[in-house]
Design a protein around this ligand. Structure first.
Ligand SMILES: [Zn+2]
Length: 314
C-alpha cells in the first residue's frame, strides 16, 4: 500500500510537472488515492448509472402498485435477465396483495436465483426493497438513497455472479411494499419454497449511498459469533467505516425492525442489515441522485461484497 501511495504521489507530481500550479485540495487528493486504491468486483460506473435511472423522475417515486413501481420492476428483471440470473418461481415475479391503512395494494417482489458451485442446499438471501414513497402533494419522492441504492447494489451482485458464481446458492430479492410495512419481505418469508434452516443468512441493504461521517452500519451480528467476527475483522474499503451498532446493545436507536431483515429475524433466520444513519433528506422529496456520495456508495457496495464473500467462504 505504501509503495502504491508513493507511485500515485509521483504520478500526481509528474502530471503537474512544475508547469501548472497544483490547485487540487488535500481532500481531493485523498479522494483520488482512495478511488485508485479500491478494486471493485463490479462495474462501478454501471452502479452509478443504475441508481441514477431508478431515482429519475420518470419512475415517479416507485410507489407500490403504480406505473413507477412497474417500471422499476421491469428494469430489475431486464438487468437480472441480462446477467443470466435464474427465476426462483415460474418467472422473476412473485405477486402478492395486502391491505394496510385502509387501502388494498397489488405488489410484486422480484426474485432471482444463482446456483452455487458447492452443490449444497444452503442459500444466502441478498435483499433490497425497490419501492418508495411515490408522489405526495405533487412532489416526487425519488428515494435515491432509500432505496435505489440497495436495488442498484443488488444488480451489481447479479453482474458479479455471472463471472464469479458463489459457493452457496444465492437468492437475489428485490422486495416491494417495504415502505408500507415490510410487506414484500413478510410475504417472501411466509411463502418460502426452501426450508428456512437452509438459509444461512439474509444480507439486507437499505440506504447505503451517503454518510457525512463515512459510517455504514452493520446490524444483527450480536446473535451470531461467526458473522460478528467477519464484520469485526473486515478490511476497511476506502473511507467507509463499517460499524456494528444499532442492535439494542448501545444507547442508539435499535434498527432490528427497521427494514425487511426484520421479517427474517422474526422467522429466526440470521441477518445483517447494512444502512446509513437517517439524513436530512430521509423520506423527503429531496432524497435525489445529486445528493448521493458516489465514492462512498461504490465503497459501501464493495464492503458488502467483501462481507458476502467471507460468509460464502465459511
Ligand atoms: Zn428503505
Amino acid at each position: 500500500m505504501k509503495i502504491y501511495l508513493i507511485i500515485v504521489g509521483l504520478v500526481l507530481l509528474n502530471s503537474c510537472g512544475g508547469i501548472k500550479k497544483n490547485t487540487i485540495s488535500k481532500d481531493a487528493k485523498l479522494a483520488q488515492i482512495e478511488t485508485k486504491a479500491v478494486v471493485y468486483n463490479f462495474d462501478s460506473e454501471a452502479l452509478i448509472r443504475n441508481i441514477k435511472t431508478l431515482s429519475n423522475d420518470s419512475f415517479t417515486g416507485r410507489r407500490t402498485g403504480t406505473n413507477g413501481a412497474k417500471k422499476s420492476k421491469n428494469f430489475i428483471i431486464d438487468a437480472f435477465t441480462k446477467q443470466e440470473v435464474l427465476p426462483v418461481f415460474e418467472s422473476f415475479e412473485q405477486p402478492f396483495s395486502f391491505f394496510t391503512r385502509g387501502k388494498s395494494y397489488k405488489a410484486v417482489n422480484v426474485i432471482g436465483f444463482i446456483k452455487g458451485t458447492a452443490k449444497s442446499n444452503k442459500c444466502i438471501v441478498i435483499s433490497a426493497h425497490y419501492d418508495h414513497e411515490g408522489v405526495k402533494s405533487g412532489e416526487i419522492y425519488n428515494g435515491a438513497d432509500d432505496n435505489a441504492s440497495g436495488t442498484s447494489a443488488l444488480i451489481a451482485f447479479a453482474e458479479y455472479f455471472k463471472a464469479n458464481p458463489p459457493k452457496n446458492n444465492v437468492i437475489l430479492a428485490a422486495f416491494d411494499g417495504e415502505e408500507l410495512g415490510l410487506q414484500g419481505a413478510k410475504y417472501f418469508v411466509n411463502n418460502l419454497t426452501i426450508p428456512k434452516q437452509n438459509i444461512i443468512i439474509n444480507l439486507n441493504m437499505d440506504m447505503i449511498s451517503r454518510s457525512d461521517s463515512n459510517e455504514l452500519f452493520a446490524v444483527g451480528t450480536r446473535y451470531n459469533q461467526e458473522f460478528k467476527t467477519i464484520v469485526k475483522n473486515h478490511t476497511q474499503v476506502g473511507q467507509v467505516k463499517l460499524i456494528r451498532a444499532h442492535e439494542g446493545l448501545d444507547s442508539g436507536d435499535n434498527w432490528t425492525y427497521s427494514s425487511d431483515h426484520a421479517e427474517f429475524f422474526k422467522a429466526k433466520i440470521p441477518f445483517i442489515y447494512f444502512g446509513v444513519a437517517d439524513h436530512e433528506d430521509y423520506h423527503k422529496p429531496t432524497d435525489d441522485f445529486d445528493k448521493i456520495d458516489q465514492l462512498f456508495f461504490k465503497n459501501a457496495v464493495q464492503t458488502v461484497f467483501n462481507i458476502f464473500k467471507d460468509i460464502d467462504n465459511l
